[in-house]
Design a protein around this ligand. Structure first.
Ligand code: NAD
Length: 366
């Protein structure tokens, strides 16, 4: 397995491979770039089929965090960690504690938060041995409701704000009443996004692989169920993928009938060229790492301290960032994902120059 010559390596500053035989922990921590601050990103637990798959995932996700935080104007670097294993079968407190000890040994260069396969409770177990975990502190959330530290409500709200910016740009309207939206995946983020949309009068179609999640959206929000094979291609105004990545690909894009894609899932494009393909099909794509930044904004303020209103105002800037991306894309003819990368790099460089720092070389994402 190549590391320094790995196609996704992109001059990562730091990689550590950690094995704890007693608990079965095998993990990789990746820090892409810490020029803007400590690297903050989720700790994902997944039953990767190979070490190579785990390495590829952590490298891509970690680089993505550098771009996400820079685009959201946060003083954070980009990093991510993965634990190899099935969270439903292999996760134990002892394993999470071993992960906590490993995080502590890194001295705060990397701070872990929740991700797919890990929860607030899991991060708290890691936190028995380290201060370098985030998204765990009970406080008043950005919306004035009690929060246990889970970033999902802020991610959902930011996605709602971003979706509204896309609707304004494409359809020239602020009123979402009667807007037709299809949501793929109505878990932590998708359900909350659905509730914002339902409150604003949107008509919803939903699909989820878990029947209980589907039922909740139907019963509580009046959403209509759609089949797995139809959810992305329904004749709606907006498709919001909130489940897994790589759903925008050679097969799905030509079949999509909505004019807008605005959802929270990470790594939505199967390959970088799907960015241009969406534009060719006249689909306005809200880049994933721009629209789903609400969670990282929320977690950032958990560490630095801020009023709920300050957090909300920062999450609201996702709408302005997307409006700028859409308008630059229209003027330049370049796809929105490429513009989002460009804007992230501009914000990164401006910050570094302003702070008089020498940046690490930083290659274009995607
Ligand atoms: P989650 O696990 O709570 O929800 C995902 C939902 O998708 C689940 O209900 C699951 O049953 C469903 N699902 C899985 N595969 C599916 C499929 N093939 N078709 C339909 N539904 C399917 O996760 P989440 O926290 O809501 O995150 C959703 C997405 O948003 C993920 O891609 C995540 O990486 C991304 N994201 C989340 C946050 C956050 O704060 N939680 C922040 C940024 C990005």
């Amino acid at each position: 397995m190549n590391v320094f010559s790995h196609p996704e390596f992109d001059n990562h500053e730091h990689l550590s491979f950690f094995c704890d035989a007693q608990t079965g922990l095998r993990s990789i921590v990746a820090i892409h770039n810490s020029s803007r601050g400590p690297a903050l990103g989720g700790c994902r637990m997944f039953p990767y089929a190979s070490d190579e798959q785990a390495l590829r995932d952590v490298l891509r996700l970690s680089r993505g965090m550098t771009y996400k935080s820079a685009l959201a104007n946060l003083d954070l670097g980009g990093g991510k960690s993965v634990i190899i294993g099935d969270p439903r079968k292999h996760k134990t407190d002892a394993m999470l504690e071993a992960m906590g000890r490993h995080l502590e040994s890194l001295g705060g260069q990397y701070i872990a938060a929740e991700d797919s396969g890990t929860s607030v409770a899991d991060l708290k177990v890691m936190g028995r041995h380290t201060r370098h975990v985030a998204g765990i502190a009970p406080r008043t959330g950005f919306d004035g409701n009690p929060s246990n530290g889970d970033p999902s409500p802020a991610t959902a709200y930011g996605t709602f704000i971003g979706l509204k910016a896309a609707v304004r740009h494409r359809l020239g309207r602020d009123d979402l009443n009667g807007l037709k939206v299809a949501i793929q995946g109505i878990g932590n983020v998708g359900f909350r996004l659905a509730r914002h949309l339902a409150d604003a009068g949107a008509e919803l179609w939903v699909h989820d692989i878990h029947e209980d999640n589907l039922r909740r959206a139907i019963d509580e929000l009046g959403a209509r169920p759609a089949a797995a094979e139809d959810i992305l291609t329904l004749p709606v105004d907006v498709v919001a993928p909130c489940a897994m990545g790589a759903v925008l690909n050679d097969t799905s894009i030509p079949a999509i009938r909505a004019g807008i894609i605005a959802g929270a899932a990470n790594n939505l494009l199967e390959r970088p060229e799907h960015d241009a393909m969406l534009r060719q099909h006249d689909i306005l794509y809200a880049p994933d790492f721009a629209i789903n930044a609400g969670g990282i904004i929320d977690v950032f303020y958990e560490r630095t301290g801020a009023s709920p209103d300050q957090v909300r105002r920062h999450v609201d800037t996702i709408g302005e960032t997307l409006a700028e991306i859409f308008s630059r894309s229209e003027k330049s003819g370049l796809p929105t994902g490429a513009i989002a990368n460009e804007l992230a790099e501009e914000r990164f460089s401006k910050h570094i120059a302003g702070a008089g720092l020498a940046p690490q070389r930083w290659a274009r994402a995607g």
